[in-house]
Design a protein around this ligand. Structure first.
Ligand code: NDP
Length: 388
């Protein structure tokens, strides 16, 4: 039996992972499940899957978790340290599906024990790609992409020489406001932004899809995962979300990964890698697809894409600043303190203000240095918003 843990088990990716695990209960020995506020779901899955331990990131919810697990053999624990301890328990494979920079420290614990890390938490790569890769290398661990675009590129590169790759194209649905007139975007509400045309995802990533901050993070993640020059990474708006990514080679061939918008494909691929196994996803009827369309993204509508290029050019801790400023701007948009288009303005202003910090690009990267820049960027974003 393979020993597995799921970090962020109560979220959208976590639940899709559990769906796959529950279909083959004899194949997996579940060690740890973690969540934050959804105690009922966490406890239910921990009992159903006979996990060793269930952890909530929120220490104030420990008593609730204990009560929900009463009568079972599952241990209960709470708080960031407990989360890292759970991630450090010996396993073969871990799904990293916590949302935001909070996923970085537990993910590093997984790598330190040499387990395979299926990385949905793109923020880890954006904030600390060099650290994630160095930790994996040091401990002989493997990082597997779970974002659908990166899984698609990963699959497109199997058996290929990375030096023959001329272009990597990741697609974007364009999110909720793809066809809105520009002047209306300033009035967009969090509820409107949290509706995705194709994918069923958590609230935060869905809003990030509308602003293209999600795609901006993915561009940086592409650079970190595949270690290619930023100039060969392209974004293409593809409203149908059927082609997830394309890899272009030096002989002119363009290999596309086509599949329905169902995260269980990318999760299942990472779960079974290096094998392919049967997965419960829809088989596409290509003749029934009326059309697949593509267009270049408009960077006035989606300034996050321009900012991603600046972040890659600056390097170092700039990704951590970008992500943290984005997370705070998103918090303030969700609480309706700032408008939809102001998110990018706040992030750009944080990047400008912190660009003079020598530690931004010079300092050697460690978990502490990343968390320090993350903290500074959040505080700077809050200061900017408070003065507006
Ligand atoms: P959700 O918001 O649905 O779930 C997030 C998970 O993280 C939940 O288990 C939540 O617990 C937990 N959590 C929230 N805050 C904290 C915290 N501070 N510390 C520890 N755990 C916390 O997110 P998604 O599943 O949509 O996304 C997860 C990751 O996967 C993100 O990095 C996202 O970018 C990436 N991703 C998601 C895709 C998708 O289809 N959803 C596609 C590709 C990548 P609780 O719910 O109990 O509060």
């Amino acid at each position: 039996m393979r020993k597995v843990s799921i970090l962020g088990a109560t979220g959208s990716i976590g639940q899709n992972t559990i769906d796959l695990i529950k279909r083959a209960p004899d194949a997996y020995d579940v060690v740890a499940l973690t969540g934050a506020r959804n105690i009922a779901q966490l406890a239910k899955d921990a009992v159903d899957l006979r996990a060793q331990v269930a952890v909530t990131a929120d220490p104030t919810l420990l008593d609730d978790l204990r009560a929900a697990l009463a009568g079972s053999d599952v241990e209960a624990a709470a708080g960031p340290n407990a989360l890292e301890d759970a991630a450090a328990r010996t396993v073969d494979w871990v799904m990293s599906a916590i949302i935001g920079a909070a996923g970085l420290a537990p993910g590093l614990k997984v790598l330190e024990q040499g387990a395979a890390l299926a990385l949905a938490n793109k923020e880890s790569m954006v904030c600390a790609g060099a650290l994630v890769k160095a930790t994996a290398h040091k401990h002989g661990a493997r990082v597997l992409p779970v974002d659908s675009e990166h899984s698609a590129v990963f699959q497109g590169l199997i058996g290929e020489d990375i030096n023959t790759v001329e272009r990597i194209i990741i697609t974007a649905s364009g999110g909720a406001f793809r066809d809105w007139p520009m002047e209306k975007l300033a009035t967009a509400t969090p509820a409107q932004a949290a509706t995705h045309p194709n994918w069923d995802m958590g609230q935060r990533i869905t809003i990030d899809s509308a602003s293209m901050f999600n795609k901006a993070l993915e561009v940086i993640e592409t650079r970190e995962f595949f270690e290619v020059d930023p100039s060969i990474i392209e974004v293409l708006v593809h409203p149908q979300s059927m082609i997830h990514a394309l890899v272009g080679f030096n002989d002119g061939a363009l290999m596309a990964h086509v599949g329905p918008p169902d995260m269980r494909h990318a999760i299942g691929f990472a779960l079974h890698w290096p094998e392919r196994r049967n997965l419960p996803v829809e088989r596409l009827d290509l003749a029934a697809l009326s059309q697949l369309t593509f267009r270049d993204p408009d960077e006035k509508r989606w300034p996050a894409l321009r900012l991603a290029r600046d972040v890659m050019a600056a390097g170092g801790h700039t990704g951590a600043v970008f992500n943290a400023a984005k997370e705070r701007a998103l918090d303030h948009f969700i609480s309706e303190h700032i408008g939809f288009m102001q998110m990018a303005e706040v992030v750009e202003e944080v990047l400008t203000r912190l660009s003079a910090q020598s530690s931004l690009t010079n300092a050697e990267m460690s978990l502490d240095s990343v968390l320090e820049m993350d903290h500074l960027a959040r505080k700077t974003a809050d200061d900017i918003i408070a003065k507006q």
